[in-house]
Design a protein around this ligand. Structure first.
Ligand code: HEM
Length: 399
């Protein structure tokens, strides 16, 4: 079995499930070489991933959660994104936006998110064909972030396109495109700062500009890094869940039928199983703060330790018949949103987005079929189709 979890080609058709299976059984904390770096420990069993993600005392999120250390152009000097901070600094920053992402705040957004889902399907429904990724699945998260930050919806869509450039080059291959995408996001964010300072509104951007950490207001760079994180974290993750989720349903027609027999009642368990199945975030990296033993391996201070969420989510020691899509699975303690201090802050909003989109797509886009082979994102960081041509029965708009 050829094992290479660094090579983006390993992820060119989705998660490399055969490699994951082999690793969990034979070498669950595997030392993976990388072409331009010291190599890293690849962690693939559920319990080990869980333990690493929660143990921030031993495994740091600094200097980065990407496998490659930041290159010159991607370094923000003393500044860091919240995702790459450790407590107590991380705790203080997360507190600034936590309120916007609670279960009740997310629930308040539900009617608007459902309305957006209707409009997104309306925009393609008469045609009977589309690229599902860019025209349907990708629209929702970019609109939701735009509304949250108080930006026009079209701007949200443009910014979201840039996240793909950032993620695609994240494997360590030439990062000029990624760096230029980050630059464009910062340009937009800088205009947003000026706009929100001139005309404050009831939105997250305005709140962030007024927020204080240790009695000090966020400066522009701190704001911009929050902005980048929110656009980046909520964009192609949700998109990829929807696209990969639809492929899973097409490949498992019995499960699809079972779901449609009682869509409102079965959607919650189905959505969690699709999250386990698709695991849109492939990995998060940590760095050992001191020598530590992990599943019998001696990890040295400074070593990179990489948690593979998709591998953990197929671990038979955690999930019965782990390699079977079972939309009725309960409980379903998957780790697609991570866990511990950095556990996905947007998960409650993501669930509402996913449910709203699945209801619209499954009930209105009848005879949904692939028109060609989906093309997957060539990334070792984010998993999902990049292009997915589909056909369906044309129908009337809902509004
Ligand atoms: C299916 C959709 C999504 C998936 C699979 C996902 C997955 C993840 C994962 C794996 C992490 C890292 C967790 C860890 O290190 O343990 C994360 C962090 C984060 N996510 Fe999500 N995410 C999704 C949607 C969203 C959305 C819609 C938003 C915002 C609206 C969002 C905002 C964030 C933020 C801000 C963080 C950083 C949290 C921190 O550092 O404290 N995510 N997400």
């Amino acid at each position: 079995m050829k094992i290479d979890l660094w090579d983006p080609n390993s992820f060119a058709h989705g998660h490399p499930l055969a490699q994951y299976d082999w690793l969990r059984t034979n070498d669950p904390v595997h030392f993976q070489q990388e072409p331009a770096g010291p190599g890293f420990w690849a962690v693939t069993r559920f319990q080990d991933v869980w333990d690493v993600d929660r143990n921030f005392q031993a495994y740091s999120s600094e200097p980065t959660i990407m496998i490659q250390d930041p290159l010159g152009g991607q370094n923000f000097g003393p500044y860091k994104m919240m995702l790459m901070m450790d407590p107590p600094q991380h705790t203080a920053f997360r507190k600034l936006i936590r309120q916007e992402f609670t279960v009740p705040t997310a629930a308040d957004k539900k009617p608007r998110i459902q309305e957006l889902a209707r409009q997104i399907v309306d925009a393609v429904i008469e045609k009977g064909e589309c690229d599902f990724v860019s025209q349907v699945a990708g629209e929702m998260p970019s609109y939701v972030i735009a509304e949250l930050m108080g930006m026009p919806l079209d701007d949200g869509r443009e910014l979201y396109k840039l996240t793909e450039a950032i993620h695609t080059t994240a494997g360590g291959t030439p990062s000029e495109e990624g760096a230029s995408a980050v630059g464009k996001m910062f340009e937009y964010g800088t205009q947003l700062i000026a706009e929100k300072r001139a005309r404050p509104k009831d939105d997250l951007a305005t709140k962030l500009l007024a927020a204080e950490v240790d009695g000090k207001k966020l400066d522009d760079v701190e704001f911009l890094l929050f902005f980048l994180l929110l656009i980046d974290a909520g964009g192609d993750t949700t998109r990829n869940l929807l696209s990969s989720g639809m492929i899973a349903l097409l490949e498992n027609p019995d499960q699809h039928r079972w779901l449609m027999e009682d869509l409102p009642g079965r959607l919650p368990s189905a959505r969690e199983e699709l999250l386990r199945w698709a695991s849109p975030v492939i990995y998060m990296r940590r760095t050992a703060r001191h020598d530590v033993e992990l599943a019998g391996r001696k990890v040295k201070e400074g070593d990179k330790v990489v948690m593979y969420f998709g591998a953990a989510n197929r671990d038979p020691a955690k999930f019965a018949h782990a390699d079977r899509l079972d939309l009725s699975r309960t409980p379903n303690e998957h780790i697609a949103f991570g866990t511990g201090p950095h556990g996905c802050l947007g998960q409650h909003i993501a669930r509402i987005e996913i449910d709203a989109m699945l209801v619209e797509v499954l009930t209105r886009m009848k005879n949904f079929r692939l028109k060609g082979e989906p093309r997957w994102l060539p990334s070792n960081f984010i998993s999902g189709p990049q292009v997915m041509p589909v056909t369906f029965a044309p129908a009337k708009r809902a509004s």
